[in-house]
Write a protein that binds this ligand. Structure first.
Ligand code: G3P
Length: 215
């Protein structure tokens, strides 16, 4: 399973990349707005740090404008995946961008049928938002299970990118369901390597080692 960071913060990306387990990055307009830097400047820097897909979202809403914006973003770096919202205009734009060989991540997906349509227009990634479904008392992870089943039934090549992740348990559940990618905030990423028993065990080993006679 590939692990992506869901952030536009270059320092967080640098830190996660230094651990050797970062496969890609997703951004969205809200995350970019937190950084007070130009989008293109952020994208260039991120693409220099991460050797993997970097998602950059369009803000246009009409297909032709989305395609033009997507083409512009895709020229920033070969690793850019254009993020297109799951609307009818977004489906049209995705089909056109894919025909041009530009890679697409379809976002704001909240239902299995939306995901089916994303696969049919050839999106490379589909991004179901599980945390936001949980916020509405729906079980976000059920959506992942359904999408994975549908894609397997028809051997669609679109990869399931689990987004709007809030806890490490979401990452574990997504892995058990066979999702292809999970994108998460740095706050979740940094919790994954930790376990209090690892810390306690290490502390005990180091303490005991002091009792070993030195040659
Ligand atoms: O990048 C899209 C998604 O991961 C947003 O998550 O926490 O704003 O629902 P959140």
């Amino acid at each position: 399973m590939k692990l992506f960071l869901d952030t536009a913060n270059v320092e967080e990306i640098r830190t996660a990349a230094s651990w050797g387990i970062l496969d890609g990055v997703t951004t969205n307009p809200s995350l970019v707005a937190k950084e007070s830097r130009s989008f293109e400047e952020i994208l260039r820097e991120v693409c220099e740090i991460v050797d993997g897909p970097v998602s950059a979202e369009v803000v246009s809403q009409e297909a032709a404008a989305m395609v033009a914006e997507g083409e512009r973003l895709s020229k920033v770096h070969p690793n850019i995946y254009v993020k297109i919202p799951m609307t009818v205009e977004g489906l049209k734009a995705t089909r056109q961008l894919r025909t041009k060989g530009i890679r697409v991540n379809m976002t704001l997906v909240f239902s299995p049928l939306q995901a089916l349509l994303c696969a049919k227009v050839g999106a490379n990634f589909v991004s179901p938002f599980i945390g936001r479904l949980d916020d509405h008392a729906e079980t976000g992870m059920d959506l992942i299970e359904e999408i994975v089943t549908i894609y397997r039934n028809y051997q669609y090549k679109t990869e399931v990118l689990v987004a709007s992740v809030r806890h490490p348990i979401h990452v574990k559940e997504a892995a058990l369901l066979g999702a292809d990618i999970v994108t998460m905030p740095f706050s979740v990423f940094e919790k994954m390597p930790r376990h209090p028993l690892t810390d306690l065990g290490l502390e005990r080993f180091l303490k005991d080692w002091q009792k070993v006679p030195k040659a």
